[in-house]
Design a binder for this molecule. Structure first.
Ligand code: ZN
Length: 464
């Protein structure tokens, strides 16, 4: 199915977008095809950089007629190898569609083109005294279109949900070029199937998202952060219940580092200052955000005092300045930097919280039974049931990828968890999809794909 340079379709597509709307040959930047997760680097014959919805519609129409596969891409910060092209695919980048179209204070919405970076959206909301609550490490380079296509999660899901919960309307293009214009600002719109949700989290396989109307929240004006040392995972779970009932909707993050990750950060990320001793079983970063600075801080300190009195937390450091707030968050974010310090496989799974303590011990035991020198770290957004695992089993690490996957995902299946909490399936997890989805569910997904993209041109081979 691979196309030949200079073919009729290539010429047609170039004409469609004009000279600044495409790149080919050595002008294609490695970031548009080099895959940091899948170790794949297939340079596409053509990179398309359309400027608007109409051009994308025409590109897809032409590709569909020629049965030419094409992969849409955003900021290329995905973690499951979904957006880098496979052999014979063209690339459709939304990198030139960067306009914040409108911020509407009356409906608390923002209308954007798909190529706007997440951080620009956060800033545009803030300028209007509002908040776009999605936040994740790649904020500076990921795009909202990619965030939507992969249903991004991040640090504040506990309070605001996944990006799926922050969208009012979406404009998307089907594989045959049909424009599905779902752009509106109506929060209540109960008129049959919620079509935007088909595109959100479809990882580019059901359509290309071109614009969105995002839901904004009131901007909190208080922020309090503490790092706590705890003895056992039972204490972590009980502390979460306590925090939820005492802080209510002010609870905006509940992030946990297992002792193994805390030690790795101490050892491999010298730029981070760890404020507590390294002998606690677990470390909880707890954050509260609200609308009344004094009252919220009092509520936060009360909640921590009660937790100490109940014996749930052993020691606590409360940040009393913006610098210290940043420092505590840097400890949590340090977990991601450990991965770069030495080659490690990273996992993103979700579980019921009462299974998590067992999971942490058992997954280490099973991996260590095979590779006794294993270095492993667990951490994650525990308030949402989301654990990340980083693993190095020694010199075998790269080659042992599938064997480690098998151990981790088998345990997840035993505990009825999900093999992907927030990263998606892409190519890296597709052979394990049936560990978390039943045959009838996968069957229905395939029916949708067949109906919406009968020629299979959009990101073929991703998810299943
Ligand atoms: Zn995460």
């Amino acid at each position: 199915m691979a196309i030949i340079e200079g073919s009729e379709l290539i010429e047609q597509l170039k004409e469609l977008v004009g000279p600044s709307g495409y790149r080919e040959g050595d002008d294609i930047d490695a970031k548009n095809y080099k895959d940091m997760m899948g170790a794949r680097a297939v340079k596409p014959p053509l990179l398309l950089r359309p400027q608007n919805t109409e051009q994308i519609s025409q590109i897809l129409k032409a590709c569909n007629e020629a049965k030419q596969p094409i992969t849409p891409q955003g900021g290329m910060t995905g973690l499951v190898s979904g957006a880098a092209p496979l052999d014979g695919e063209l690339v459709l980048s939304i990198e030139r569609m960067k306009e914040v179209v409108e911020v509407d204070k009356f409906t608390s919405t923002m209308t954007v083109q798909a190529g706007v970076e997440l951080q620009k959206i956060q800033e545009a909301a803030e300028e209007n005294n509002l908040l776009f609550p999605l936040d994740l490490g790649a904020r500076g380079s990921c795009t909202i279109g990619g965030n939507l296509a992969t249903n991004a999660g991040g640090n504040r899901v506990i309070r605001y949900g996944m990006i799926r919960d922050m969208v009012v309307g979406v404009e998307a293009i089907l594989a045959d070029g049909t424009v599905i214009d779902g752009l509106h600002k109506l929060r209540k719109n109960n008129t049959g199937y919620d079509l935007k949700q088909l595109f959100i989290g479809s990882e580019g396989t059901l359509g290309v998202i071109t614009k969105a109307v995002l839901k904004l929240a009131p901007k909190p004006n208080s922020q309090a952060v503490a790092l706590c040392g705890l003895k056992s995972f039972d204490d972590v779970a009980n502390f979460l219940v306590h925090a939820q009932s005492s802080l209510g909707s002010n609870l905006s993050a509940f992030e946990v580092l297992w002792n193994n990750t805390y030690q790795l950060i101490d050892e491999y990320v010298p730029s981070v200052n760890t404020p507590l001793a390294d002998n606690f079983g677990f470390y909880v970063l707890i954050e509260s955000m609200g609308s009344n600075t004094e009252r919220d801080l009092e509520l936060f300190l009360d909640a921590l005092n009660q937790a100490t009195e109940k014996g749930l937390i052993e020691e606590v450091v409360v940040a009393d300045s913006d610098t210290k707030i940043r420092n505590i968050w840097a400890v949590r974010d340090g977990a991601a930097e450990v991965i770069g310090a030495g080659y490690m496989h990273a996992y993103d799974v979700s579980l019921n919280i009462d299974d998590m303590g067992y999971f942490g011990e058992e997954v280490e035991k099973r991996i260590r039974a095979k590779w006794s020198d294993t270095v492993i770290g667990l951490f994650g957004h525990i308030g949402d049931g989301n654990v990340h695992i980083i693993v190095n089993v020694g010199p075998d690490t790269r080659n042992a990828h599938l064997e480690i996957d098998e151990i981790v995902y088998t345990l997840i299946q035993e505990l009825n968890g999900s093999i992907s909490a927030e990263h998606g399936i892409g190519i890296m997890k597709k052979q394990f999809l049936n560990y978390s989805k039943s045959d009838p569910e996968i069957g229905l997904m395939k029916t949708l794909k067949q109906t919406m993209d009968p020629n299979g041109i959009l990101s073929p081979g991703r998810i299943f």
